[in-house]
Design a protein around this ligand. Structure first.
Ligand SMILES: [Zn+2]
Length: 258
């Protein structure tokens, strides 16, 4: 089967978009070079100041292949209490991410480092109209409450796992992304069946590796996720791969229709 190609700009064709991943220092130059050669777009997120600077430099070196999202991940909020760098960093990036709340790491209560960091970053994203990639594991309802006070650019609930919040998420027009865990997780498959194809993205969350898939990781897994979605929705795989790529470009603020 021939892969679909989506026009991103007159000089570039896109085969698929990995809508959420992290680029580490060691093997990333190779990952970026392979993505560029294959026509793959990578939406790369930082988790702290240092990794945010790194994704910006990857994006600068590979325009049209790497789109930089900068931010402080819930796991790093205690360490990164000084966020004075963030607004300027966001100006040089495509959007904010990975930001959010997760009680696995530390408190998400009133006055907590996580909540302060999340709201500060949403405030900056609102001022700049930037798209935002949100982590909400274990704090989905609280995250939705907080998001209700901000008007940022397009919003992605990355790797959403809670089916009961899906109606509210879709009603607000937020995007939802699926990782390769969709290939074996019955819970994610149930959630995906109820998802709106026009608001669905696909991701690898690299360098996360997937034990049930033999420990593999990386953007090359992304088409399999689209193929599994196609099966769940009863749609042609090629159409779903193209649709998720168009959705990702729309999330970025492009004018891709459909
Ligand atoms: Zn991530």
């Amino acid at each position: 089967m021939k892969c679909p190609e989506i026009p991103l700009c007159p000089r570039q064709r896109v085969r698929f978009v990995d809508s959420h991943l992290h680029l580490d220092a060691s093997d990333s130059p190779l990952a970026v070079a392979s993505a560029r050669a294959a026509g793959v777009v990578l939406l790369a997120c930082g988790v702290d100041r240092e990794t945010s600077e790194r994704v910006i430099s990857f994006a600068t070196g590979a325009p049209g292949t790497v789109e930089a999202f900068v931010g402080v991940h819930p796991s790093e909020a205690e360490k990164e209490r000084d966020l004075s760098w963030f607004p300027q960093s966001l100006e040089r990036a495509r959007g904010a991410g990975e930001v959010g709340l997760d009680p696995t790491y530390s408190s998400t209560g009133e006055g907590s480092a996580q909540l302060v960091a999340f709201t500060a970053q949403l405030g900056a994203a609102e001022r700049q109209g930037a798209p935002v990639q949100v982590h909400s594991r274990g704090a989905e309802s609280q995250v939705l409450d907080v998001l209700g006070s901000f008007r940022t650019g397009p919003l992605l609930m990355h790797w959403l796992e809670r089916e009961d919040v899906l109606p509210a998420v879709l009603q607000r027009g937020y995007y939802v992304s699926f990782s390769p865990a969709l290939l074996y997780s019955k819970k994610l498959q149930r959630l995906a069946r109820r998802c709106d194809p026009a608001l669905t993205l696909v991701e690898s969350d690299s360098p996360v590796s997937y034990g049930p898939l033999g420990g593999v990781h990386g953007p090359a897994l992304v088409p399999s996720v689209a193929f599994r979605l196609a099966e769940l929705w009863g749609l042609p795989p090629r159409e779903v791969l193209a649709q998720t790529a168009r959705n990702a470009l729309r999330f970025l603020g492009g004018d891709s229709k459909g």
